[in-house]
Ligand binder design. Structure first.
Ligand code: TK8
Length: 335
């Protein structure tokens, strides 16, 4: 009897150990992961990577399903669905978050980052983390930043090699005051519109132009309705992967950890993939008949000058310290 007791005890203890060590606390869950771009885009590929990676980590328990082409709504609609708990995850531009956390506008200031290395260091460092943390009290969890990329200008009217060429061009911008101020400063007629309405707006002539990274100009087929591309690189644009806080709070620690790890892996994949796609996009766009204008350094300096009012306005809106902090971090990186 004593022996039997002992072996039962050992068996129970072993089972307990095994459960603790190998069977993490994952429940079968379906995650609706929305995004704005086409499935065949850097965004779509990275959402798929995330889904595969998460399934692998959780033995197929946590299943993310991608919904591309803004089929669950545009960026702002999805943010609200996440806040309300009607959708679990999304990826979208930080620029469309300024109605929720105005500080995100700091990334929209023109000519802030000089290259991707600087952007990665700031976004993945304490500065980017601090901004992402501000989302929590608004009902969102900011997981990682992906690369949208440096934005360039396209239009159907004329080649833009000088600021004056933008005069009177009806230009779609994101729904964000810094962009509106910046392009007004350049002399364009800035019209805020959600991305999901952009292709049709270009096609019908509601707007003449837009600005986005070359990867998006390719994957959204803007070359079909835009003739001129100017390499302005006026803003480095981040994407942010978000989760619904309401939903997140109901997950187990193991589930949260798996999602966080898959998100970090997807970030590394996405940046590599976007950079490779970006390097090839210009030749592709040329082959589709786009006329590409390289904007001179001198002209970029003039644009920088003309867009300063957008920065002053943002600073005066209570963000002076935030800009200073970012500039301080950038100076350290540039040493
Ligand atoms: C996609 C958008 C897009 C952004 C824009 O939903 O709106 O121009 O660059 O990537 O977030």
């Amino acid at each position: 009897m004593k022996k039997l007791c002992h072996s039962i005890f050992t068996a129970l203890a072993l089972a307990g150990l095994m459960a603790g060590a190998s069977a993490e606390d994952y429940k079968p869950r379906m995650i609706r992961f929305g995004y704005g771009l086409a499935e065949d885009s850097n965004q779509g590929r990275a959402v798929k990577f995330f889904a595969d990676d998460l399934a692998r980590r959780t033995g197929g328990k946590l299943k993310a399903k991608g919904f591309g082409g803004a089929s669950l709504g545009n960026d702002m609609q999805m943010q609200n669905a996440l806040i309300g708990g009607a959708q679990e995850m999304m990826v979208g531009s930080t620029a469309t978050l300024v109605g929720i956390v105005s500080e995100f506008g700091v990334f929209d200031l023109p000519f802030v980052f000089r290259n991707e290395r600087e952007a990665d260091a700031i976004l993945d460092g304490p500065f980017g983390q601090k901004l992402a943390d501000k989302l929590q009290e608004k009902g969102l969890v900011g997981l990682v930043y992906w690369e949208n990329g440096f934005r360039n200008l396209t239009n159907s009217k004329r080649p833009v090699s000088r600021m004056e060429d933008m005069q009177g061009i009806k230009l779609r911008v994101m729904q964000n005051p810094v962009y509106i101020d910046m392009f007004k400063g350049f002399g364009a007629n800035a019209i805020p519109l959600p991305f999901s309405e952009l292709f049709t707006a270009l096609e019908t002539g509601t707007v003449d132009g837009q600005e986005n990274p070359v990867t998006t100009i390719q994957s959204s087929k803007f070359y079909e309705v835009q003739k001129y591309l100017s390499m302005t690189k006026h803003v480095y644009s981040p994407w942010i992967v978000l989760a619904s806080k309401r939903w997140w709070d109901g997950l187990s620690n193991d589930e949260r950890k798996a999602i966080q790890e898959a998100a970090a892996a997807s970030r590394d994949f996405e940046r590599k993939d976007s950079r490779a796609a970006s390097a090839k996009a210009i030749d592709f766009l040329k082959s589709k008949g786009m006329q590409i204008t390289v904007v001179s350094d001198k002209e970029i300096e003039r644009m920088q000058e003309a867009s300063r009012q957008a920065m002053f306005k943002f600073a005066n809106d209570g963000h002076a310290k935030l800009i200073k902090d970012l500039q301080g971090d950038l100076e350290k990186l540039r040493k």
